[in-house]
Structure formats: structure tokens, C-alpha cells
Design a protein. Sequence first.
Length: 416
Amino acid sequence: MAEYKVKDLSLSSKGKKRIEWAGTRMGVLAHLKKEFEKTKPFKGIRISASLHVTTETANLMIALKMGGAEVYLAPSNPLSTQDDVAASLVKDYGISVFAVKGESNESYYENIKEVSLKKPHIILDDGGDLTNYVHSEGLYNDILGGTEETTTGVIRLRAMEKDGVLKFPVIAVNDSHTKYLFDNRYGTGQSTLDGILRATNILVAGKTVVVAGYGWCGKGVVMRARGLGARVIVTEIDPIKALEAYMDGHTVMKMEEAAPLGDIFITVTGNRDVITLRHIKLMKDGAILANSGHFDVEIDVKGLYREAEEREEIRPSLERIKIYGKNVYLVAQGRLCNLGAAEGHPSEVMDMSFANQALSVKFLLENRENLENRVYTIPEEIDREIASLKLKTLGVKIDELTEEQKKYLSSYKEGT
């Protein structure tokens, strides 16, 4: 049996059913599985991944193994592991997994270390912890390249490239159109509200929801909050995004002005100290705080816990914190609420994200001689191939340019 550190292998039968269900909703990845099984593009390749251990991730790991890879999986968040999925990957698919939901930070980084020591040729990352670890420990000599799933991780990678310390090429999967336009917007939008609703069971209609950040994730959260009947306030630091939010019909203001007005606060910025104790002091009794950015630093959770007069878990993934003589409610300890309090993005949208991951690995291996130690975006033709495959799995057909239309679009002469 594969190496592992999971909660309970007896959970595997439940996990297998859930993995198989997710697989039925991931048509693009299913197509790639069949192709990989025939061609074995990853034969002899060791792949270490730090990703959310979910049913969707499981299908990616299975696809890579079917392509001939030796696969090792650690989590990318201490709260996002689905223990039954981890058990099934080990027992039913022979994939090494080191992840337990709710583990300590120390245990989390031990698992990152575990997969780093496997001398991987390729690493798959979500947030940058694995990439950062192999660099800080000098474990990058065997690594041919890596991928990065999320905005926060790409920001860290570009900083490493700028400082000249990046030791291998990395594909910024997050920057693919078939990732951020769909995963970030539709996936984060739906799963964030799903997490908040599972944790609280509140009625969103009529509430004032304050969304910090109007990138693609923020746009998705705003769209779903409005769809549930909320009044939305957007806070931003980017004047272009703030103007866009205003033109989209949302109220835009500073967090300090929004703090007394909001019923639900959701951070999706990728930055730290977006909601501080200064803001919390201004909030009304009963305010709900949730984060959907990768790290648990967008809300000042440490300060909140330090200054708390009382603190108790009143529902799964929901804490009541008495502070400044009132109660505020924190979802999933300020970590990713869509994974800490729910199951993450729906399979249909992760289908494209993980197709990007799989094809990025293939691209890295096929082009490793020509790649520098930089952050790359997946080639447009691969992006479009994924979109075309997704449309095919959805049964959607689109028009194609005629030869005359192609000629017209390529000509600079008027009326030709």
C-alpha cells in the first residue's frame, strides 16, 4: 500500500463513491484520463502536490497516475482536507496522501516536508507553501518545473521571479482564461456563499453584505450575494476595480465606512489586515466575518482571539466571539470558508482548472529545455483546447469562421 498519513482508512468506501460522483461531472479531465492512460506522458516522473484534498483533486491525482506518474499529495490548508477522500486515494487508488482535516500548523508543514523529500520532478501548488518550502530548504535540484493554482500563490511567485530567486519554471495556472474566468468567478462565488450558509443557516435576502476585493473572485461573490437578495457594498484599493464595481451598480466605500453597515463581511483580496480590530470595533452586534482568500490573514484572527472576552463554537465551523461588549461570528477560523465550512468549488468548474494543471505538467515536460526560471502562462492554444473540450462535454456547438471571414479579419484593406 502507498505511504500515507490520513485520519482513518475505513472511510475509504464513502470517499470512493464521492470521488466517482465528482468524476462524472468532470468531462474534460475524463477525456484526458483516457488519453494519458494510452500515451503515459508522465512515465518515470515523480509529482508532489500541495492542493486541497477534495474529490476534484482526487480526480486530478488519478489522471496523473494513469499517465504513469508517481504521485504524492499534501494539503494546501489545514481545514480543507476531506478525510474520506484522503483514505480512498490511499486504499483504492494507491496514491500517497499525507493530510488530516483540522491538523495543527506543525502537522501541516510536516506533510509539506514529507512530499518535498520525495525528490519530485514536478510540483503542483496552491498558495505557494510547497514552492516556498523547497526553495527555503534547498530541495529544488531535481525539480524540472511547477504549477500554481491560485492568485495568492502567483503573487508570491512573481515576487520570487523579480528578486531572481526562483529556481525552476512555473506555470501560473491561475492566469489561464479557462481557470480565472470560471473557477475564480463562478466557483468562488457559489462555494463562498455555500460555506457561509452551511456554517450559519441564515437568510441572505435583505442583509447587507460587504465584499472586500473586486477581482474575479470578488465579482463572483458579489454576483451570488445579489442573487440571494443581499444589498452589496464593495471595498477596494484599486481605482479601476472600484470604478468597475460602481458602474456595475454596487455601493463602493472604505472599509471603515462599511463596517457599521454590514451584516456579513467577506474578504477576497489575497492581502493581509483587510479587516482589523479597528474595523471590528465599529461593527454591529451579530456581524458575521468570513474569508475566501487563500491565507487566514485577511481578517485579524489573532487579534480577535487575543482581545476576545468570550469565545465558543456554536455550530460546526462557526465561532461566537464576544469582543468590545458585543458578539461577532467567525466562519471557519478565518480560513477559506468555502473549503473550511463546505466542500470547495463544484466539480464542473474544477474540471477546467485541473485540466489546466494536467496539461501544464505535460507542457513543462515537453518544453523543459526551452524554459527559463520564470513564471509562465499556459499557451493560448491549450487554453482554447480546454474550452473547446468543455463545450463538447456540455453538448454545446459553436460557429466556425469561413475562409472568407478569416481572410477578411486578416486584411488591413477596407472592404476586402
